[in-house]
Design a binder for this molecule. Structure first.
Ligand code: SAM
Length: 294
């Protein structure tokens, strides 16, 4: 198992495969990969395979495919299949806006995808396109195909959707999904100041009502079991504990190692010329990791 210079074991890969998206969510951080000046060629299937092979040799066993919208890549099923052929990669997941999931859920599952996060922020908001009306077909297909667990990613915004948390818990129960409540990560000061909604109060309420609380090893996130629903709370803003336990290395859709979501001045261009060079690039990226909120 490889460790960064702060002693954190690196076990997870977050792999962005495209910057393209069919939506334009007002809050989206685009995995910190939205630099218009660097919007280069998308990483190819063989490059992805190379980087995942190297990562697996370093002890990384889990990968989350993201974007942009990963289902906009024509070769997305092939990407999943190629990664799944690497024996030591034990868990392949994807985060998607769910709009095209009904077309892909079975193929993805049959080719090695284990589980899925579906962005859905609201039941009915017209501002937030990721709402249940638009993604319910995808959610149903994911459940039917056997992707498990399904997580619903709900980014909570002040004055927009915080009042819908209870209803979203009901929806998550209906699909046997875990509801992931996510605090806004800043992308711009004006938007953040206007819409940031602290989940501290909600978390206290969940803690009080929960019949069971489970602390995940990923960033010490807590899962609350409340009235038949499972709710996970993701609070990364100014959260030292979150950073202290971050075990993630990121790959951008144009082939850079990104040591931290929050920083763009420390990216390493991957040298794909040989497995050995890919490994050197990965190690250089891992060695650049720092604790963001100290
Ligand atoms: N298009 C896919 C989707 O909608 O899930 C994948 C990319 S999107 C960047 C991945 C996830 O990041 C989203 O589901 C959303 O929950 C989360 N996200 C995006 N911007 C965020 C922000 N500013 N703060 C917190 N979470 C955010």
């Amino acid at each position: 198992m490889v460790k960064d210079t702060c002693g954190r074991e690196i076990t997870l890969m977050r792999l962005s495969v495209t910057q393209k998206c069919n939506l334009n969510c007002p809050y989206c951080h685009r995995e910190g990969d939205g630099d218009k000046n660097r919007c280069g060629k998308e990483i190819s299937v063989s490059e992805i395979k190379g980087v995942m092979r190297a990562a697996s040799e370093l002890g990384i066993k889990k990968v989350k495919i993201t974007g942009g919208e990963p289902l906009l890549r024509n070769d997305i099923v092939e990407i999943v299949k190629e990664i799944s052929e690497i024996e030591s990669i034990k868990d392949i997941s994807m985060t998607t806006n769910g709009f095209f999931l009904d077309k892909f859920a079975y193929d993805l599952k049959n080719n090695g995808l284990n589980r899925v996060n579906i962005g859905c922020d609201s039941l009915s908001s017209s501002i937030l396109q990721k709402n249940i009306g638009n993604i319910e077909k995808g959610l149903k297909s994911a459940a039917d195909a056997g992707l498990n667990p399904i997580k619903i990613n709900m980014v909570v915004l002040k004055g927009i959707n915080e009042s819908e948390i209870g209803k979203m818990m009901e929806i998550s129960k209906r699909y046997n999904a875990i509801l992931q409540l996510i605090e806004l990560i800043p992308t711009g000061k004006i938007f953040f100041d206007k819409f940031f909604f602290s989940l501290e109060g909600i978390e206290k309420e969940l803690e009080r009502k929960a019949s069971k609380v489970f602390v995940r090893d990923v960033n010490f996130r807590k899962q609350y079991f409340v009235d038949g629903a499972v709710v996970e709370v993701v609070r990364s803003h100014l959260n030292r504990n979150f950073c202290k336990n971050c075990r993630k290395i990121r790959i951008t859709s144009d082939g850079f190692i990104k040591p931290c979501l929050m920083k763009n001045d420390n990216l390493i261009k991957i040298n794909f010329s040989s497995d050995e060079e890919i490994m050197k690039s990965l190690m250089a990226g891992i060695n650049k990791r720092e604790i963001y909120y100290k």
